[in-house]
Design a protein around this ligand. Structure first.
Ligand code: ADE
Ligand code: ZN
Length: 348
């Protein structure tokens, strides 16, 4: 691996401008978690779905969470307004437009069909709506986008197999398979067979691990599920052997600081481990997870984290570079994104 370029220091007051201007990839964002309360209300009206809240403001005020599960309950209720292929298209376009404003030039969107088939929707319809938005992304939003289907880990492996079966007719529209939802009590090993099948089918593999769950879940995701990236992975900082493994094998971690703050993984951003992860040589990236629920899109995650931890231009470059290196794009595309990144740092 070539040594990482050294970049010029930038004054702290100019860091937000640099963080905004630099191109970046977002690799950990659940599209259902980008549904803003205003859009939730508009879709509820369009589809005649009753909402338990009087206003978008009241919805926002309800977004106070104690842990992952308290968030997942509210997140699940929000998805009830999604009914048609057009709803999924519109939701994805709203996110892509917002991401473009943050200079995201490539994104890999998580979605979970099991949430929607649980409400009687058709899994392929969900994929078609989201994929149409990804297909339109270069022309409409000047960025590329692809899809990663997450199995819900609180459900059984048999249900994950059923989910995989349902999407096979549209499998060419999905780049990867992931694992999300309630972590503790649902270790990666529960999904060993279905991940092996997904790998055989040629899907790229990722999994949430070590968000709230122990380092053992990260080992399991690597050794049993054979994933290429770990989503969150912050609990790895409690296991020196695991840190070594993640560094040696250059396993990327898609870290989501504002999510960790809102779900009380860390009491404050000043305690967040992302700075220490970079110092240890881990391939960490910054992402928004569920931006409509956690108080910010990707640039807000960057600016708040950089301010809290007093990070600088070198870390900014490293994080953006990591995001492109960890993405599932081809070598030519990767080189094009990194050239654009270098151009911003050349002139800043
Ligand atoms: N689904 C949506 N957001 C999630 C998160 N932060 N962890 C696990 N599953 C999720
Ligand atoms: Zn997530």
């Amino acid at each position: 691996m070539s040594p990482v370029r050294l970049v010029k220091p930038v004054a702290p007051e100019r860091m937000p401008e640099l963080l905004r201007a630099m191109p970046k990839a977002e690799l950990h964002m659940h599209i259902e978690g980008s549904l803003e309360p205003e859009q939730m209300f508009a879709l509820a009206q369009r589809n005649s779905v009753p909402l338990a809240y009087a206003s978008a403001q009241a919805v926002r005020e309800a977004y106070v969470f104690d842990n992952l599960q308290s968030f997942l309950d509210i997140y699940h209720a929000g998805t009830l307004v999604l009914k048609t292929e057009q709803d999924f298209y519109d939701m994805a376009c709203a996110y892509l437009q917002r991401a473009q404003e943050d200079n995201v030039t490539h994104t890999e969107l998580f979605f979970d069909t099991q949430t929607h088939t649980g409400h009687g929707l058709d899994a392929q319809m969900v994929v078609k709506g989201l994929h149409r938005a990804c297909r339109d992304a270069p022309a409409k939003f000047g960025m590329t986008a692809s899809l990663i289907l997450c199995f819900l880990r609180h459900l059984s492996e048999a249900e994950a197999f059923e989910c995989l079966e349902q999407i096979m007719p549209v499998r060419d529209r999905i780049v990867g398979i992931g694992l999300a939802s309630s972590e503790v009590g649902h270790p990666p090993e529960k999904f060993a067979q279905v991940f092996a099948r997904a790998k055989q089918l040629g899907f790229r593999l990722v999994a949430h691990a070590g968000e709230e769950g122990p380092p053992a879940y990260i080992w399991g995701a690597l050794d049993v599920l054979k994933v290429e990236r770990i989503d969150h992975g912050v609990q790895s900082m409690n296991d020196p052997d695991l840190i070594k493994r993640l560094v040696q094998d250059r396993i990327a971690l898609t870290v989501c600081p504002l999510s960790n703050l809102k779900l009380r993984v860390y009491p404050s951003l000043t305690q967040h481990s992302i700075g220490r992860m970079l110092e240890a040589g881990m391939v960490a990236t910054i992402n928004s997870d569920d931006p409509a629920y956690f108080g910010g899109y990707i640039n807000e995650n960057f600016t708040q984290t950089f301010a809290a931890l007093q990070l600088g231009s070198q870390q900014a470059y490293q994080l953006a570079l990591n995001s492109f290196n960890a993405s599932f794009i081809d070598a030519t595309e990767r080189a094009r994104h990194i050239e654009q990144l270098d151009a911003v740092f050349d002139t800043f």
